[in-house]
Design a protein around this ligand. Structure first.
Ligand code: FAD
Length: 431
């Protein structure tokens, strides 16, 4: 969950939330009666307002605009916020129903029944029930309890039920609360964000590229080289793009967008993407033919942006999480000065970028490379880090790999007294 608010976008959201509370609380207080029942009614209404604000905030954060994500510390951080707001919107909505039911029950059990289940002509209440039902359907597959969704694309389709859910929730809020203007403004922002994301961005933010070369790096890993058919892309090492293949020859994933980190240097005209087979779409991309068209949207992410300019750097890349470091290594110069890269692979055959990185680190760019093989050396330890990079505690540290590897290393570094502000991670994980 969110434990810090480090970025301007997050602080702006907090400020908006506080202003909304300051405006709404006195009005809700005024219309509530006194006593325990009145208090429950007040909190029941307040949680309803806060829940709807959180849900509209979550919808607004579904927007994807290259550049805007920097305000929030990168797109993955926006996803975290989006999920946190969605989750709390759900909890607050449940509390809203429970508290209003209790307040009505305190009056008389029959009042509770007619409050919760009024005649069908009382459409705003039934719109609220409809919204809650859809919200439960949308959120259930994302709850940790059920584990990660088995079919990511099906889960994304189900998530689209959020749109009718918001329409119903807005109808409920507009009809039953005294804050019509607030719902109009927040509703317009959320609608604008969703329209951009699902309609306009597909036309205006996606640019056409063509696959020129497919280089096989391992049985299940290829590196694609793409040439621009419109404008080239400006990006920084560590950033990623959404790639949508447009090739009917693909066995799966055609017209499906997936995020991939750029492994080329920013000054190359063509883009390169290292792609590992992790499911049906990325498996099909292993045999995408040269000449195939793809759409690219981005760049997103800020992995390397939070660096302290003067600090030496330590990079830890595991599996396909090596790609952001390959991009930085290919850039060389200031990007690699005083940088030490630990390439964490299962075994030597799985270190598919090793020979490329070895030749890049042999130059005078200041990059040092250490390869660590899990099967031979076990998990990364303090002793191993100390032996190969004695000043690791004083470096600015960047980690990219599977979630389990990331959390092992972060814990190891914290145990060694490295401040969390010096540790930056990215996981190619479920979003
Ligand atoms: C920021 C980021 C950067 C990434 N960079 C790389 C990279 O450089 N090279 C690489 O090989 N892989 C990268 N990935 C992972 C890559 O996006 C997934 O492997 C790919 O989307 C899997 O799709 P699939 O249909 O083959 O597999 P599926 O079986 O559909 O999915 C496997 C898992 O991949 C994730 N995933 C699938 N589709 C998406 C999507 N549209 N958006 C977000 N996550 C998704 C989900 O966690 C899912 O459970 C990156 C992921 C993220 C989030």
């Amino acid at each position: 969950m969110l434990n810090t608010l480090r970025y301007p976008g997050e602080r702006l959201l907090l400020a908006i939330g506080l202003v909304i509370l300051i405006v709404t609380v006195p009005q809700l207080w005024q219309v509530s009666s006194s006593g325990l029942q009145g208090l429950m009614t007040f909190f029941g209404r307040l949680t309803g307002v806060a829940g709807l604000v959180a849900l509209l905030g979550a919808a607004s954060l579904a927007v994807r605009l290259p550049g805007l994500d920097r305000w929030f510390g990168g797109l993955p951080r926006i996803w975290e916020l989006h999920r946190a707001l969605g989750f709390w919107g759900f909890i607050l909505t449940l509390l809203h129903v429970a508290l209003l039911a209790l307040a009505a029950y305190a009056h008389h059990p029959q009042v509770m029944l007619t409050t919760l289940y009024p005649p069908v002509t009382e459409w705003p209440v039934w719109a609220g029930w409809g919204a809650l039902l859809l919200l439960t359907l949308v959120l259930a597959p994302t709850l940790q309890f059920f584990g990660p969704p088995q079919d990511y694309q099906r889960w994304k389709t189900l998530h689209r039920l959020s749109a009718p859910m918001l329409v119903l929730a807005l109808g409920h809020g507009m009809a039953l609360s005294p804050f019509f203007g607030l719902w109009v403004v927040l509703g317009l922002v959320a609608t604008g964000a969703l329209f951009w994301r699902f309609l306009f961005s597909r036309r205006w933010a996606r640019k056409p590229w063509e696959v020129t070369t497919v280089t096989r790096l391992a049985d299940d890993v290829v590196e694609l080289e793409l040439r621009p058919l419109a404008s080239p892309l400006r990006f920084e090492p560590g950033q990623f793009v959404y790639m949508t293949p447009q090739s009917p020859l693909l066995s799966a994933g055609n017209n499906e967008e997936h995020p991939f980190t750029l492994s080329s240097a920013p000054d190359e005209k063509n883009l390169r993407l290292g792609i590992k087979s992790l499911g049906d779409a990325s498996e099909a991309l292993q045999s995408i033919p040269p000449g195939a068209r793809v759409a690219i949207e981005g760049p997103y992410g800020t992995l390397f942006e939070r660096r302290t300019p003067t600090a030496k750097q330590l990079w830890l890349g595991g599996g396909i999480g090596i790609t952001p470091f390959v991009s930085a290594a290919r850039q060389g110069g200031a990007a690699t000065a005083d940088s030490h890269l630990f390439y964490l692979a299962d075994r030597p055959e799985r270190a598919y970028y090793q020979s490329i990185l070895e030749s890049l680190s042999a130059g005078d760019g200041g990059l040092t490379l250490t390869c660590h093989y899990f099967q031979q050396q076990g998990p990364l330890t303090t002793e191993y880090l100390e032996a190969h990079c004695p000043d690791f505690r004083a470096r600015e540290i960047y980690i990219c790999g599977p979630p389990a590897m990331n959390s092992h290393i972060v814990n190891l570094l914290k145990d060694n007294g490295v401040p969390t502000t010096h540790i930056h991670t990215e996981a190619f994980d479920f979003l």
